[in-house]
Ligand binder design. Structure first.
Ligand code: NAD
Ligand code: ZN
Length: 256
């Protein structure tokens, strides 16, 4: 623990000295909440492989299969509550330390922890609801489940007849332009960028820590496993991210 304790001390000092922090989160911040990450063995994502966007568009049978897989994954964890990273970041946003939370997660837990919507940037969308691909009208998942149970077919938009899809970004689907723009600007505007619980393997999302570093911010990576960006980071904390954030939050409350 000696090494980790020292790293937590260094992270605390960086957080204290920063004038604007941008946080960047991945699936590792939600594993303690019961949401499995992507790559671990036994992950339901490996069993229920995500369907590519072009295939989703191509046939109703595939759309039905996409819903079946999505609900199978959702049912693994059911309703989940925010964990220590979500709660700490929500506090830091309230305190004005963190300007924005850029997340690859689709579980909606940063908002649930109390980060205002305008301070959460969801690069891969949100899997807690669905939306019409054409008019963007929001559709609740309960409605989708009911429709499939009653008719055996996936729903279409009641407003415009468009295809209804989980509000996430599928493989092969364009990244959300406005979220990418906001993420870029928050990345360029911070003096401390903290990547939490991400393998930093999924691009283009994983480019943001690199952009932050190039723009002169200090870069901290907190993750259980090594990442491809560890070499350029100012500080790497290889430990449980919930544990680390809990300690840093505690240390911030006592004067240096
Ligand atoms: P990833 O699965 O590639 O990486 C998660 C990383 O977190 C791993 O390197 C793992 O070692 C680490 N980790 C797991 N538990 C940890 C803990 N307690 N403390 C510290 N580190 C921990 O996830 P990613 O980088 O976010 O990319 C995967 C993609 O899959 C995302 O883009 C996302 O869209 C999707 N996804 C989202 C969720 C979610 O919303 N919670 C879950 C799974 C996958
Ligand atoms: Zn519509």
């Amino acid at each position: 623990m000696g090494r980790t304790t020292e790293a937590i001390g260094q992270l605390t000092a960086l957080v204290r000295g920063a004038s604007r922090i941008t946080a960047f989160t991945g699936a590792g911040v939600s594993t303690e909440c019961g949401v499995p990450d992507f790559r671990s063995p036994g992950s339901p994502w490996r069993v229920h492989k995500p369907i590519r966007f072009a295939d989703f568009l191509a046939s109703e049978d595939t759309r039905l299969e996409a819903w079946r897989r999505k609900f199978a994954i959702d049912d693994v964890h059911g309703e989940v509550q925010p964990g220590r990273v979500h709660r700490t970041l929500a506090d830091w946003v309230r305190q004005g330390r963190v300007g924005a939370v850029i997340t690859q997660n689709i579980d909606g837990l940063h908002e649930r922890a109390g980060v205002p919507q305008e301070r959460v940037i969801e690069l891969h969308g949100n899997g807690t609801y669905a939306a019409c691909l054409d008019c963007k009208a929001r559709v609740e998942l309960a409605h989708v489940r009911r429709c499939i149970a009653e008719t055996g077919r996936p729903p279409v938009c009641e407003a415009c007849g468009g295809l209804v899809k989980s509000a996430t970004i599928a493989f092969g689907q364009a990244m959300p332009a406005e979220s990418m723009r906001r993420a870029r600007s928050e990345t360029l505007d911070c003096d401390l960028f903290i990547a939490l619980g991400s393998s930093l393997l999924v691009r283009p999302a994983a480019a943001f820590p690199e952009i932050a570093k190039q723009a002169g911010a200090a870069l901290v990576i907190v993750n259980l496993e090594p990442t491809p960006l560890d070499d350029i980071a100012d500080l790497v904390v290889r430990a449980d991210v919930g544990e680390v954030m809990q300690h840093v939050a505690g240390a911030l409350e006592t004067p240096p």
